[in-house]
Design a protein around this ligand. Structure first.
Ligand code: FAD
Ligand code: NAI
Length: 466
């Protein structure tokens, strides 16, 4: 039986980052991954392939939808969906191979197969050929991730009724794509197919999109997406779905009750959230159990069983790759006896639509519920010179600061390339910056980041360019 300091089950952003950090710290480490490639959901069927299609489809729409022509670039693009998918798959392969390289560099053993616990300090790995390998470890990290949440009555067959993985590899552009769930996946992958020519209808149970995000920001995003042609049916629940070889007949009714209606689509994407994945882990062998949501609880990444740790989507907190990565580092540093903590208040969230939505810290709704007095500074991208010159003026930057101390409590952006700008505020907030600190900091001109500075100035009503 091979013995390690740390065995990690799962090779996604949680698992692979934990393995790399363990290697860096000189711990002997193995990472067990059942998929044929490393990188988990994020690299294989999540963040990376979705961003590849968002990038390609954005350029296609710009070229075909009049935006290029307005800039004086006259082209007649043809969609080659096969090539679009091929370049996405090639990028994914490059990235997953990159993790293999990082494993070799940091002396991480990749044990191929599905792992299960076999009592304290033991993991058994079943390979594709059925053979089993037993591993021993002082510490075991569970990083098994998540899977799509199913919707009762709407069976995902990945033919006509698909999950996000199916929506990343459709063989044709749907005439009509219905998306169930106006969350991150629904809006991102709905955008991809709309840009490529689909009619897209988004059905959402709640009366708003993207629950949990700042309401004003979400409303602005919804308006922008609706202007692009995405149809929203909010406050609606799907009660039935009948799939045939040609398409799907979907019955829905108002969530509050009322008359049912039937919609026809050639594909239906179910994107109503993800749930923790612990199948086959044999948790009972160490006396661990999941809660009602299937989640493994943690206290600073420790489970209730000494020597067994948990990170990423399979445990509490937002299901995001960078959150899994932060937990991976903190967990391994703790295993190595070093102090380390994740600041859960400062995990940014981004929706990679056009315009993008990016946020960090508290929303106005949260601060109201907490009864904390705050000030708001806003600045629209219509008044930002770089956004204007690029014809990308939708949205705004909004900075929320404590009413007494001026400390920045939350930042909510909807606009062009805001995914690349939110990091500025993550750093500033990690150092407890005030809105004035941002307002006094020189920003390069002309950039969209100047809108963030102007919004910070406007916390005290001092924006200069509006
Ligand atoms: P995972 O990435 O799910 O990795 C877990 C791994 O464990 C898997 O590879 C699985 O095969 C393996 N595994 C499970 N059980 C076992 C076992 N018993 N033995 C061996 N291996 C096992 N997040 C962002 O931050 N930004 C984005 O832009 C973004 N886009 C996304 C787009 C889509 C379409 C989806 C679905 C998700 C997206 N996410 C995004 C979420 C992100 O992918 C996850 O939060 C992240 O992958 C979680 O990392 P993880 O390591 O916890 O789990
Ligand atoms: P989500 O939680 O973002 O959105 C699900 C939506 O479905 C919510 O609006 C919810 O109210 C709605 N819903 C739930 N049940 C419903 C029902 N029965 N009928 C209609 N609507 C219903 O989940 P999503 O989009 O599936 O994404 C899963 C996870 O993946 C998220 O936690 C997200 O963090 C992560 N992800 C992150 C991305 C990013 O960071 N850019 C991109 C894609 C996914």
């Amino acid at each position: 039986m091979k013995s390690y300091d740390v065995v990690i089950i799962g090779g996604g952003p949680g698992g692979y980052n934990a393995a790399i950090r363990a290697g860096q710290l000189g711990l002997s480490v193995a990472c067990v991954e059942g998929r044929s490639t490393l990188g988990g959901t994020c690299l294989n069927v999540g963040c990376m392939p979705s961003k590849a299609l968002l990038h390609a489809s954005e350029l296609y729409e710009a070229a075909s939808g009049g935006e290029f022509a307005h800039l004086g670039i006259e082209v007649k693009p043809n969609l080659n969906l096969g090539q679009m998918m091929k370049q996405k798959d090639e990028s994914v392969t490059g990235l997953t191979k990159g993790i293999e390289y990082l494993f070799r560099k940091n002396k991480v053993d990749w044990i191929k197969g599905w792992g299960r616990l076999d009592g304290i300090g033991k993991v058994v790995v079943k390979a594709e050929d059925g053979s089993e390998t037993a591993l021993q470890a002082k510490d075991i990290v569970i990083a098994t991730g998540s899977e799509p949440t199913p919707l009762p009555g709407v069976t995902i067959d990945n033919q006509r009724i698909i999950d996000s993985t199916g929506a990343l590899s459709l063989p044709q552009v749907p005439k009509h794509l219905i998306v169930i769930g106006a969350g991150v996946i629904g809006l991102e992958l709905g955008s991809v197919w709309r840009r490529l020519g689909s009619q897209v209808t988004v059905i959402e149970y709640l009366d708003r999109i993207c629950p949990g995000t700042d309401e004003e920001t979400a409303k602005t995003l919804q308006k922008a997406l609706a202007k692009q042609g995405m149809v929203f049916k909010l406050g609606s629940k799907v009660t039935q779905a009948n799939a045939s070889a040609e398409g799907v007949s979907l019955t829905l009714e108002p969530a509050a009750g009322g008359n049912a209606e039937t919609l026809q689509a050639d594909y239906v994407l179910v994107a109503i959230g993800r749930r923790p994945y612990t199948q086959g882990l044999n948790l009972e062998s160490v006396g661990l159990a999941t809660d009602q949501r299937g989640m493994l609880g943690n206290d600073n990444h420790r489970t209730s069983v000494p020597g067994i740790w948990v990170i990423g989507d399979v445990t509490s907190g937002p299901m995001l790759a960078h959150k899994a990565e932060d937990e991976a580092v903190a967990c391994i540093e703790r295993i190595a006896g070093k102090p380390h903590e994740v600041n859960y208040n400062l995990i940014p969230g981004v929706i990679y639509t056009r315009p993008e939505l990016a946020s960090v810290g508290k929303t106005e709704e949260q601060l109201k519920a907490e009864g904390r007095a705050y000030k708001v500074g806003k600045f629209p991208f219509t008044a930002n010179s770089r956004a204007k010159i690029n014809h990308e003026t939708e949205g705004f930057a909004k900075v929320i600061a404590d009413a007494q101390t001026d400390e920045v409590l939350g930042v909510h952006l909807v606009g062009p390339s805001v995914s690349e700008m939110i990091g500025e505020f993550c750093v500033a907030m990690e150092f407890s910056a005030s809105a004035e600190d941002i307002a006094l900091t020189c920003h390069p001109h002309p950039t969209r980041s100047e809108a963030l500075r102007q919004a910070a100035m406007n916390v005290d009503g001092m924006a200069m360019q509006i």
